[in-house]
Design a protein around this ligand. Sequence first.
Ligand SMILES: Cc1cc2nc3c(=O)[nH]c(=O)nc-3n(C[C@H](O)[C@H](O)[C@H](O)COP(=O)(O)OP(=O)(O)OC[C@H]3O[C@@H](n4cnc5c(N)ncnc54)[C@H](O)[C@@H]3O)c2cc1C
Length: 266
Amino acid sequence: MVKEFFKPASVDEALDLLSVPGSLALAGGTWALAFEGRDKPERVVDIGKAVPRTIERRGSVLVVGAAVTFQELIESEAAPAVIKAAAQSMANRNTRNRATVGGNLGANKSCASLVPVLLALGATVEAKSRGKPAAVLPLADWLARPEGLVLAVSVPVTAGVRSSSLRSSRTACDIATGTAACACRLEGGKLTSLRIAVGGFGPHAALRPDLAALFEGKPLPAKADIEKAVLPLLSARADQRGSAEYKCLRGAALIADALHAVEELS
Ligand SMILES: Cc1cc2nc3c(=O)[nH]c(=O)nc-3n(C[C@H](O)[C@H](O)[C@H](O)COP(=O)(O)OP(=O)(O)OC[C@H]3O[C@@H](n4cnc5c(N)ncnc54)[C@H](O)[C@@H]3O)c2cc1C
C-alpha cells in the first residue's frame, strides 16, 4: 500500500527522492501498480512532471520524452508508422492512455510492445542517475543494466531503412505470445544491415544477431524457408499462453511475416 507520495518537478529532485531505499518511480502505473508491483510500493515518486513529455523530429532523429504515453505516440505526426503500429499493438485504449514510453522500458517485459522496434531501429536513450550528468547510451545497454531514469528515447529515422513490427496473440485483446521487429535495407534485391529483435523468447525482448545473420546479404527468402531456418534458434517457456512448441512455431511464422512486411520509414 502507498504510504508516501511525491510529485517532484525536476529530474534531480526525483532522483534525490528515489535514492531513499524502497522508493518506486511511478510513470503511468500500468505495470508498477498492477501485476507483480501490486501491493508492493510504499514510497512512490511520481515522475510525470520531472521527465519530458514531448515528441519531436530533430533532423532525421525522432526524440520521444519518457513521459509520452502510448496514445500520444500513436497520435503524433512526428512518429513513423512502424512505431505507431508497435504502440497500437497495446490493444487496450485505457492502458494506452496511461502507459508511457519510459515505463515500457522500465518494466522491460518479455513481450514489451515498443522495445523490439526500438532495438531494431538502433534507438538510444538519454538517462540520468543521481549526482551524474545525463548520458546517452544504446537502448540495449540501458536495458541490460538499467540505471537512473530514462529522460528520452532517440530513434534514427534514416532514408532507405525499412522496418516492421508485429505481435502474435491468441485473441486480439490477449497478452502477446511473441513480438518481432525488423529493420534493414534492400539493396540490389538483398537484405542488408538487417536487425531482428524478438520478445517472448527469453526474459526480455532482445536483438537477435544470430537470426539476422541467417539472412544478411541474401535475397528475401520465401516465408516457409524463413520459418524453417529460424525455428531451431527459438526457445520459449510454456505457460498459460501456450506450450513452448506452439510459441516457437508461432514465433517463427511471426518473424517470417515481419521480414516480408518491412516498409520504408515514413
Ligand atoms: C491491461 C494491461 C495491458 C497491458 N498490455 C501491454 C501490452 O500490450 N504491451 C506492453 O508492453 N505492456 C503491456 N502492459 C504493461 C504496461 O502497461 C507497460 O509495460 C507500460 O508501458 C508501462 O508503462 P507505465 O508508464 O504504466 O509504467 P509504470 O507502471 O509506472 O512503471 C513501470 C516500471 O518502469 C519504471 N519506470 C517508469 N518510468 C521510467 C523512466 N522514465 N525511467 C526508468 N524507469 C522508469 C518504474 O519504476 C517501474 O519499475 C499492460 C498492462 C495492463 C494493466
